[in-house]
Design a protein around this ligand. Structure first.
Ligand code: IPE
Ligand code: IPE
Ligand code: MG
Length: 262
């Protein structure tokens, strides 16, 4: 690899770092990540899958910090899906312990970096101690005004959509909304992401090209970015690469390229 030359005593850089190439005026305001590949990463090293999850936490720290430094407003991390409950019991238990432990330890760092934590998903499914730690972390970071960190835990999009439909149906039954008044906005307001704008960039690590029940409605016009890098190896530089790729896309929203350029 060529050496990088940074500004030194007023002498201009001859090679820009990835971070310097990012146009800060065209940052995706919401990045969503499917953090995949922990298990394979560990197994490839002859280790237990939980070893991969443990190292995945290091990537979470690094990426949260990287997103906050850039000034990204919303970062959603898919940490555990509704379907992941069907994994072997030891893995589920290990993941839950890791979750409780991490949340507890990370709150001071979140506060130091002005990061507000949010959770989306079927939280009732989580063990009592995890719910307790989560509730405390949410309360303790609730007045922060920087990055909004949204953890998708025990989350699935179909679960979320069914819930939304149930709640809208109940409102119709109570007479607070008429069926003909239901709009896209009504549906949006009943999703667990109602407070957040739709993701503009969705990243999935580890070489799988699928959505796995993640934000099906919200990703309607997201730019999708797939990388073979396993989640425990994913670092700020990888995030910068994804953002740069995003910045080279032409987002047309159904229009023609000519219309968009005009
Ligand atoms: C992602 O890594 C973390 C969770 C789903 C909890 P995986 O555990 O899915 O790792 P792979 O995909 O099996 O390698
Ligand atoms: C998606 O990964 C869920 C999370 C990253 C939390 P999975 O590993 O569960 O997805 P599939 O089973 O490969 O589709
Ligand atoms: Mg996986």
């Amino acid at each position: 690899m060529l050496p990088e030359f940074r500004t030194f005593k007023g002498i201009a850089c001859t090679q820009m770092s990835l971070r310097e190439k990012i146009n800060l005026n065209n940052l995706p305001s919401h990045i969503a990540i499917i953090m995949d590949g922990n298990g394979r990463w560990a197994q490839e090293k002859g280790e237990d899958r939980l070893y991969g999850h443990l190292h995945g936490v290091e990537s979470v720290r690094n990426i949260v910090e990287g997103a906050a430094e850039l000034g990204v407003k919303y970062l959603t991390l898919y940490a555990f899906s509704t379907e992941n409950w069907d994994r072997p019991e030891y893995e589920v238990t290990g993941l839950m312990e890791l979750l409780v432990d991490t949340i507890k330890k990370e709150v001071p760092t979140l506060n130091k970096n002005n990061i507000k934590l949010h959770v989306i998903g079927d939280i009732e499914m989580l063990p009592e101690n995890a719910r307790h730690e989560l509730a405390e972390a949410l309360a303790e970071t609730s007045t922060n005004t920087g990055l909004n960190l949204i953890m998708a835990l025990s989350y699935s999009s179909r679960w979320e959509l069914v819930n939304a439909v149930k709640n809208i149906a109940a409102e119709v039954q109570q007479g607070s909304i008429a069926p003909e008044d239901i709009t896209q906005q009504t549906l949006q307001q009943h999703l667990s992401t109602s407070q957040f704008p739709d993701p503009e960039l969705m990243i999935r690590t580890s070489g799988e090209y699928r959505i796995s029940n993640f934000l099906l409605y919200q990703l309607a016009y997201a730019e999708l970015y797939f990388t073979n890098t396993r989640w425990p190896d994913f670092r700020k530089e990888n995030l910068y690469e994804a953002i740069l790729d995003f910045q080279h896309r032409e987002r047309r929203f159904g229009k023609t390229g000519e219309q968009v350029k005009a």
